[in-house]
Ligand binder design. Structure first.
Ligand SMILES: Nc1ncnc2c1ncn2[C@@H]1O[C@H](COP(=O)(O)OP(=O)(O)O)[C@@H](O)[C@H]1O
Ligand SMILES: [Mg+2]
Length: 169
């Protein structure tokens, strides 16, 4: 089982500086076009770094119209979209693998839905491993607080296709 701190079998990677939110949105649009049914995507990085913002942009590109609520309290927000369902998890409030097992959320994995998981490290070792890991970090310095470092790491063929799509500019 892949843990967030391990560098296990990374098949392709991309590192980018995103100077502002528009850059994050543009990246998300490229990524959205490469998503495939059944993918598992982990979203890592601290509070307020932009994980939910990136998910909002993905959902918009996939045809979602309307609000995107952060699942901070509900833990899961499902979206029935034309291409495939999307399940957006926020596991920040989980503190043990027991909670993950008791939640029954495993049932959402392995089907046609794309699972986007914020705070995957809070689920413990039974969380299904990712096709793609997305990590955001606050960057610098000169910007007015909007710059981010983006790291994409692919762990499967579908993840690799996402990295390739994201790398196009
Ligand atoms: N480059 C950027 N990418 C993403 N969000 C950004 C960026 N610059 C500023 N922001 C702002 O940072 C905040 C990120 O919040 P959110 O997406 O909820 O973070 P998280 O889900 O990681 O806790 C939003 O208010 C967003 O407008
Ligand atoms: Mg969030």
């Amino acid at each position: 089982m892949l843990q967030p701190d391990q560098t296990a079998d990374t098949r392709a990677s991309l590192r980018r500086r995103l100077p502002d939110e528009a850059a994050t949105a543009a990246l998300a649009r490229r990524l959205a076009r490469a998503l495939e049914p059944g993918m598992v995507i982990w979203l890592e990085g601290g509070l307020g770094v932009g994980k939910t913002t990136l998910v909002r942009c993905l959902l918009a590109e996939l045809g979602h119209v309307g609000r995107v609520k952060s699942p901070t309290f509900t833990l899961l927000e499902p979206y029935d979209l034309p291409a495939f369902p999307v399940y957006h998890f926020d596991l920040y409030r989980f503190s043990s693998g027991h909670q993950w097992r008791d939640s029954g959320f495993t049932d959402y994995f392995g089907g046609p839905g794309v699972c986007l998981v914020e705070w995957p490290q809070h689920a413990g070792p039974d969380l299904p491993g990712p096709d793609l890991r997305i990590r955001l970090d606050f960057a610098d310095e000169a910007s007015d607080g909007t710059a981010r470092w983006l790291a994409l790491d692919a762990h499967s063929a579908s993840g690799e296709r996402c990295v390739s799509a994201a790398a196009e500019s």
